[in-house]
Design a protein around this ligand. Structure first.
Ligand code: AMP
Length: 400
């Protein structure tokens, strides 16, 4: 069953084509700098070995970008499909929609529900809505499926999802913790289940441009650092993470506009806000090494927040069998992993510093006698999405 998974960023489009149930990637493609005349397009057909990279190509919007990709996907030399009819479904790592928390066919009602939450996910929902509409107009007969990032977290008990606010706000407006990065944490949970069997206590740390920590009991999410929006939890690349709500009215009283405040929270905050250097941890690490105190502070604030969530989730889970790092920072920053793990000996982590420093890609960071096993596992959100769609279509739960 051929399933295409499309990951939509504010200026990027990434694609992976699978022939499920095999999780091998048949085609992998990416357009960066969507919206510009000097976009970069790379395409690889793993079946035929065809590979091409175009630089300085005009991709003025998602419609241009998607047409370009489809031309390659169906092309004589580059193509993996003879006809678009061979494609069973197109899956999207959609973020959230009002009232839809699982896996859904992307009908007009679902798109309207995504539009209703544009204010909650301003950086994520608009690009997805636009790209999905383009796909629908180009391929009106194909099944389009949204795997909402909130789906994995519907198993969190209400006592941990409810905010201590007037209960009517929960009932009337749906204000509660929803949680995100479901595709990534779900994928990690599945990897651990393959190693550990049905029963395990796992803390999954997805640390990237956007980060979240998730407590997982026997494969199910039981708590997460994200809240109603993606503005909560640990610091992100340029989003603040956890913030006292009363900072906002106070800053308003000081003469800042709401726009300026929100800009500070979701564009100029996070690692960028503290460090003043960059939103990319590589630059911040370099600056810290060169003696920049604010860069060092940003790294410490990030690691402190992660340690705090791990401690809280350890208690909620009643222990920790596995601790997993994933995402761009989790998979690549030995410094951040070391700063976090050396503080976890009280939670049964025996950390192997040398293994950590030597590690490239997947591996184990704990000593063989460590009560808690610490792993780095590269996430693969697209496989999780393709798998979910394959299972739902096979079970007749989605139109086939
Ligand atoms: P992601 O959003 O998962 O792609 O993660 C992106 C982030 O990972 C980047 O902004 C960097 O901060 C971080 N990152 C990637 N590679 C490295 C590296 N080698 N060392 C430190 N941080 C890295």
């Amino acid at each position: 069953m051929l399933i295409l998974v499309c990951n939509v960023g504010s200026t990027s489009l990434k694609y992976k084509l699978f022939n499920m149930p095999s999780t091998d990637i048949l085609v992998e493609a990416k357009t960066e700098r969507v919206g510009r005349t000097d976009a970069i397009f790379s395409y690889r057909n793993n079946l035929s070995g065809f590979s091409e990279k175009l630089e300085e190509v005009p991709v003025l919007g998602y419609a241009d970008g998607i047409r370009l990709f489809l031309r390659y996907l169906l092309g004589e030399k580059s193509g993996a499909l003879r006809s678009i009819d061979e494609l069973e479904a197109i899956g999207f790592k959609t973020v959230l929609a009002k009232g839809y928390y699982g896996v859904h066919e992307l009908t007009e009602e679902v798109l309207a529900a995504m539009e209703a939450y544009v204010r909650v996910a301003p950086a994520h929902n608009p690009p997805y809505i636009e790209a999905i509409r383009v796909f629908r107009s180009l391929l009106p007969d194909r099944l389009m499926v949204g795997c909402f990032e909130t789906a994995f977290h519907t198993t969190i008990p209400l006592s941990r999802r409810i905010y201590a606010l007037p209960y009517e706000w929960y009932e009337e407006y749906g204000i509660c913790r929803l949680g995100y990065h479901g595709a990534s944490h779900g994928y990690i949970a599945r990897c651990i289940r393959e190693r550990a069997g049905e029963h395990f206590r796992l803390i999954s740390c997805h640390m990237g441009g956007s980060g979240s920590i998730c407590a997982i009991q026997d494969g199910k999410s039981v708590d997460t650092s994200f809240g109603f929006s993606l503005q909560t939890g640990i610091p992100h690349a340029n989003r603040a993470g956890d913030l006292d709500a009363y900072v906002i009215p106070f800053l308003l009283s000081q003469g800042l506009s709401m726009e300026e405040i929100l800009d500070g929270i979701d564009k100029k905050g996070g690692l960028l806000g503290i460090s003043g250097v960059s939103n990319d941890l590589r630059d911040i690490q370099q600056a810290a090494e060169a003696g920049n105190d604010r860069a060092a502070l940003a790294i410490d604030a990030f690691c402190d927040a992660v340690v705090k969530y791990i401690g809280a989730f350890y208690t909620e889970l009643g222990g920790m069998d596995y601790l997993v790092f994933t995402g761009g920072i989790g998979e690549n920053s030995a410094l951040v992993r070391e700063k976090i793990c050396t503080r976890l000996s009280c939670l049964g982590v025996k950390f192997d510093s040398e293994a950590n420093r030597a590690l490239r890609g997947e591996g184990v960071l704990s000593t063989p006698d460590s009560p808690a096993r610490v792993l780095v596992l590269p996430t693969n959100e697209e496989v999780g999405i393709a798998r979910t769609i394959y299972e739902k279509v096979s079970a007749g739960e989605l139109r086939s």
